[in-house]
Write a protein that binds this ligand. Structure first.
Ligand code: GLV
Ligand code: MN
Length: 235
């Protein structure tokens, strides 16, 4: 009876179904395991009634792009290093200044420093930074995560020399020379983002409540209020 054509057909059908399911699972496995794409913006709060959009910028029709989208003159010159209290000037060249970078995963900055000027401690949440000092000499400092024991790494980097800042680590540059200094950096993101530590703690809008900072920084409220008063205008 087990060899009846009907039973055989039934068995084959089930085996085929199992084989197909296993094959489908294997084909889909990489997709099931894949993570979300990396974000290109700080936030992308869903507009559930809006039109679908992308994590970044939509593209212009390729027919409207000429040669010029591949080139930029923006960092050929720097800005006024004394225009802010940091004594430095950042000329950004990310996708917002250079639309041709969209989707390419890279961007640049030029930073000019007055003597004694600094690019204050900051973090790029979305990119590793690699840089070259093109004139002068800069103290470059980086603090590792707790994995490194909160280690401070630093070196005076001179014209022609390079440095690398791993993504997400706090770092700064400080002009230790007697002349102006300049560096050019690049990032492995079209929109690396920047979080300045002093501005984050003392100049957020609305402000972080003073009791939080009193507890976190182990100082009196007057000290916190004084620091807050220094950053009300931002950078
Ligand atoms: C340098 O550290 C920069 O972020 O421009
Ligand atoms: Mn940086």
């Amino acid at each position: 009876a087990s060899s009846s054509p009907l039973a055989m057909e039934h068995f084959n059908y089930k085996a085929l179904a199992a084989l197909l399911s296993a094959t489908l699972l294997l084909l889909l496995a990489p997709h099931l395991m894949a993570a979300d794409p990396d974000p290109l913006q700080d936030f992308c709060v869903a507009d559930l009634n809006g039109k679908p959009t992308v994590n970044g910028y939509p593209c212009q029709p390729s027919s409207s792009a000429g040669d010029e989208f591949l080139f930029s003159t923006r960092i050929a010159s720097g800005g006024d290093t004394l225009a802010n209290p940091n004594g430095s000037n950042v000329t950004e060249l990310d996708v917002n200044e250079w639309p041709g970078l969209n989707t390419l995963g890279v961007s640049m900055n030029r930073v000019d420093f007055a003597p004694g000027g600094t690019n204050p401690p900051h973090v790029h949440p979305r990119a590793t930074e690699v840089g070259i000092v093109t004139r002068g000499e800069l103290l470059v400092g980086i603090v590792g995560s707790l994995d490194s024991g909160n280690r401070y790494y630093s070196k005076v980097v001179r014209a022609g020399e390079t440095f690398v800042i791993p993504r997400g680590l706090v770092h700064f540059q400080f002009n230790v020379g007697k002349e102006e200094a300049t560096m050019v950096v690049s990032f492995n993101s079209q929109n690396p983002g920047i979080i300045f530590v002093p501005l984050t703690l003392f100049g957020s809008s609305p402000p972080i409540p003073t009791p939080v900072l009193v507890k976190a920084l182990r100082v009196d409220a007057e000290v916190v209020e004084l620091l807050k008063s220094k950053f009300t205008g931002g950078y």
